[in-house]
Design a protein around this ligand. Structure first.
Ligand code: PEP
Ligand code: MN
Length: 338
C-alpha cells in the first residue's frame, strides 16, 4: 500500500501515520520527493487495509497494491480452474459447455420436450428456473418445489445435469438434493449471506454478474463463495446496464479476457439475457466463443409465443441447432471443441 501525503502535511502528521503503521506490525518507508511525499507500507496489505488512512490528517490518497480478492485471483492460482459438474462434463477445460433450456420450468411435458431437443443439438447442461426473480411481484414466480422435481425428472430421463437458480438460503437443502449447479442470479450477486451459504457446500455455483457491478465487485462476490471453502465457482457475464436502450442490457464482451487475466475461475456468457432479443443471441454467442468464454447459457423454448417468461429472447430449437453447428466451427478455429 502507498500512502500519498498532501504537500502541506506537517512532520507531526507524518509521524502520527508512521507510528500507526508500526502499531499494526508493518514498516513505513518514507520517500520525500520534490513535489510529493509518500509512505510505502511494507508487510501484509490486509493488515493495513483495516486502518482508514484516508481519514488521517495530511493524507491525500491511499493506493492499494494488492488485489482486494485473494483466492479467486490469478496470483493465488496460475492454472485455469476446471469445475467438474458430473462425470464427463466440466467447465473451464478444453471443451466448451453449452447450457440450454427454457427461462422457467412451465410444466413437465414442455420441459421434457425442450430437454430432449437441446440434448440432441449438443447441450451438456439443462437450464430452467423453478424459483424466478421477477421484477414485478405480479409476474409468474415459478413452479418452485414442483419445478425442481420436474427438473430432476428431466435430468434422469434425458441424462443432462441441471442448473437452476437459488434465491433463498432456506431452499438450499432442496437444491443440494436436485440441482447439479446452483445458479446465483444477477439480482443476488451481492446477497452476501446467500453467497456464504453456497460457499459452505461443494456444489458447483454459477455466479451471474450483477447488472450494475464492476468486474472487481463481481470477483469479490466470487471470493465470498471460494473463501468459505467452495472452489467450484463459475462466473457468468450476462450484460450490464448502460445508456444504450436498444437491447435489454449491454454485453460486456471484454469481461471474458479481463476476468481471465485477473482470475483462474471459468467464465461463461449468457447471450440471451444481455440482449433480450432472440435475433441477437446467435451473433453474441459466436462472439463469446471467439473471445474465449468457457461456455454459454442460452434460453431455448419450443413455443416462445406461449412462454411464461422471457419469450422474446428464446431461441426456437431449430435455430439453436443451427447455432450449435456454427459454434463448433468457431471452437475448432481457437483449438477447442464443443
Ligand atoms: C436467468 O438466467 O434465469 C436469469 C434470471 O438471469 P439473470 O439473473 O442474469 O437476470
Ligand atoms: Mn430468463
Amino acid at each position: 500500500m502507498i500512502i500519498v501525503l498532501k504537500p502541506e502535511a506537517t512532520p507531526k502528521e507524518i509521524k502520527h501515520i508512521e507510528d500507526k503503521i508500526r502499531e499494526l506490525g508493518l514498516k513505513p518507508m518514507l520517500s520525500v520527493g520534490k513535489e510529493r511525499t509518500i509512505i510505502g507500507v511494507i508487510g501484509e496489505e490486509d493488515k493495513a487495509r483495516i486502518q482508514p488512512f484516508e481519514a488521517f490528517p495530511g493524507v491525500e490518497s491511499v493506493m492499494p497494491i494488492q488485489k482486494p480478492y485473494k483466492f479467486v485471483s490469478r496470483e493465488f492460482k496460475k492454472e485455469d480452474s476446471v469445475v467438474k459438474i458430473v462425470p464427463g462434463v466440466e467447465v473451464g477445460g478444453e471443451k466448451i459447455v453449452v447450457m440450454a433450456g427454457p427461462c422457467t420450468v412451465e410444466n413437465r411435458e414442455r420441459l421434457l420436450a425442450i430437454a430432449e431437443l437441446v440434448k440432441k443439438s449438443g447441450a451438456k447442461v439443462l437450464r430452467g428456473g423453478a424459483f424466478k426473480p421477477r421484477t414485478s411481484p405480479y409476474s409468474f414466480q415459478g413452479l418452485k418445489d414442483k419445478g425442481m422435481k420436474f427438473l430432476y425428472e428431466a435430468k434422469k430421463k434425458v441424462g443432462l445435469p441441471i442448473v437452476t437458480e437459488l434465491m433463498d438460503p432456506r431452499d438450499l437443502p432442496l437444491f443440494l438434493k436436485y440441482a447439479d449447479i446452483i445458479q446465483i442470479g444477477a439480482r443476488n450477486m451481492q446477497n452476501f449471506e446467500l453467497l456464504k451459504e453456497v460457499g459452505k457446500t461443494k456444489k458447483p455455483v454459477l455466479l451471474k454478474r450483477g447488472m450494475a457491478s464492476t468486474i472487481k465487485d463481481f470477483l469479490l462476490s466470487a471470493e465470498y463463495v471460494v473463501s468459505e471453502g467452495n472452489p467450484n465457482c463459475i462466473l457468468c457475464e450476462r450484460g450490464i446496464r448502460t445508456f444504450e436502450d436498444t437491447t435489454r442490457f449491454t454485453l460486456d464482451i471484454s469481461a471474458v479476457p479481463v476476468i481471465k487475466k485477473l482470475s483462474h475461475l471459468p467464465v461463461i456468457i449468457d447471450p440471451s439475457h444481455c440482449s433480450g432479443i432472440w435475433d441477437y443471441v446467435a451473433p453474441l454467442a459466436k462472439a463469446a466463443i471467439a473471445v474465449g468464454a468457457d461456455g454459454l447459457l442460452i434460453e431455448v423454448h419450443n413455443d416462445p409465443e406461449k412462454a411464461l417468461c422471457d419469450g422474446p429472447q428464446a431461441l426456437k430449437p431449430n435455430k439453436f441447432d443451427a447455432l450449435m453447428h456454427e459454434l463448433r466451427q468457431i471452437a475448432a478455429v481457437i483449438g477447442r471443441t464443443l
